[in-house]
Design a protein around this ligand. Structure first.
Ligand SMILES: [Zn+2]
Ligand SMILES: [Zn+2]
Length: 373
């Protein structure tokens, strides 16, 4: 498991480019006594283990890396410049692989089948989950429940945390262009200054959070890019803004996007400017089924002891595991990565002790679920 993780870490590939990673995983899984190992899309695969007659549980890992330059100084640092496993997907893959190796030796004791999913492109819209689902990853045999885990820096290595219900946010990208009328910086009359207008838009968007939304309903509107102009004394023709919108329910999500456009429209109207507004829809909110979450938490307490289970947290991150949970019950849970920098940082250095622990628990969870359902 550790050597697989390090090999993936040294050879990271970004979303939808995971060709070598897919080859590596196929090679590692073949001739290991599994019933089926199948590449299902260009860069995505699953393995199947058929035990006795019963239900089917899926264990999911994501396999893609990020466009980040690694700065950990590890012996097995990234050999691909500008690319790094900075979200722990190398560890997720090693753990699902490990769970497969544990369970194939217990096939006779398995009351059903287990599908081990290695999914590409978690980090990029439209995401690998929806692509795999379209390609039939949840069919033949039909998956009855699905489990996935994500490393969490700042929690002790290998401890797990669970959260029933909505655990992660929906995420949409917004693109706004404010079109004014260019002119001399010393002669603003007769121009329509898109920089002043866009500044008003950015500030007004924050009042959607503070004035138009129930204070008990979390919502984030971040404008991460504000771009326009060339030089001090020229009023430019246009300004481009782009940002991300996060909410925890579908109704609020739709309403927020409407309010954003209304705000942009109103401010542009008062300034005499024109605008373009586009939305690139991202992942929906992630909703853990209460029963499966409770089951997994109880299994973790039984398997690792109460002291190794922490109270899971909700985050405004987004995860395309959300798509599987729209198709079948299951839960996505946290696994501590030890004391290291945050997800998506160039210095993320997870504690590898979590890998055997996480693999063993995943195997136990699948076995236990089939035993009791
Ligand atoms: Zn990530
Ligand atoms: Zn991730």
């Amino acid at each position: 498991m550790i050597s697989l993780r390090r090999e993936m870490h040294a050879n990271p590939e970004t979303a939808f480019n995971e060709y070598e990673t897919t080859k590596l995983l196929l090679n590692k899984l073949k001739s290991r006594g599994l019933d089926k190992v199948k590449r299902i899309t260009d860069t995505g695969l699953y393995a199947l283990l058929n035990g006795n007659k019963g239900k089917c549980v899926a264990l999911r890992a994501d396999i893609d890396a990020l466009p980040i330059t690694e700065d950990t100084g590890l012996r097995f640092s990234s050999k691909n410049p500008g690319t790094m496993h900075a979200c722990g997907h190398d560890a997720h893959s090693a753990m699902v692989f490990g769970a497969a190796m544990i369970l194939k030796d217990m096939k006779e004791q398995l009351n059903g089948s287990v599908k081990f999913i290695f999914q590409p492109a978690e980090e990029k819209n439209p995401g690998g989950a929806s692509v795999l689902i379209k390609s039939g990853v949840l069919r033949s045999p039909r998956v009855d429940a699905i489990f996935g885990q994500h490393i969490l820096p700042g929690k002790p290595a290998g401890k797990t945390g669970f959260y029933p219900g909505v655990m992660m946010a929906s995420q949409d990208e917004i693109y706004i262009t404010i079109i004014g009328k260019a002119g001399h910086g010393a002669r603003p009359q007769g121009t329509i200054d898109p920089i002043v207008t866009a500044s008003q838009v950015v500030l007004a968007l924050q009042t959607i959070v503070s004035r138009n939304t129930d204070p008990y309903e979390p919502i984030v509107i971040t404008i991460g890019r504000f771009s326009g102009g060339t030089i001090n004394n020229v009023i430019p023709e246009k300004v481009e803004l782009s940002g991300t919108v996060r909410t925890l329910n579908e109704k609020l999500r739709k309403n927020t996007l409407k309010l954003i456009e209304r705000t942009v429209k109103g401010i542009c109207l008062s300034a005499g400017a024109k605008y373009k507004f586009t939305i690139s829809p991202g992942y929906p909110e992630l909703v853990n089924s209460p029963a499966e979450t409770q089951f997994a938490e109880a299994a973790a307490i039984e398997f690792t002891g109460k002291e190794n289970v922490f109270k899971g947290e909700r985050f405004m991150f987004a995860e395309d595991f959300a798509y599987y949970l729209k198709q079948c019950p299951g839960t996505f849970y946290w696994i501590g990565a030890g004391n290291t920098s945050g997800l998506h940082t160039s210095t993320l250095n997870l504690d590898e002790k979590l890998i055997p622990k996480g693999a063993a628990f995943m195997a136990y969870l699948a076995w236990d679920y089939l035993q009791k359902h």
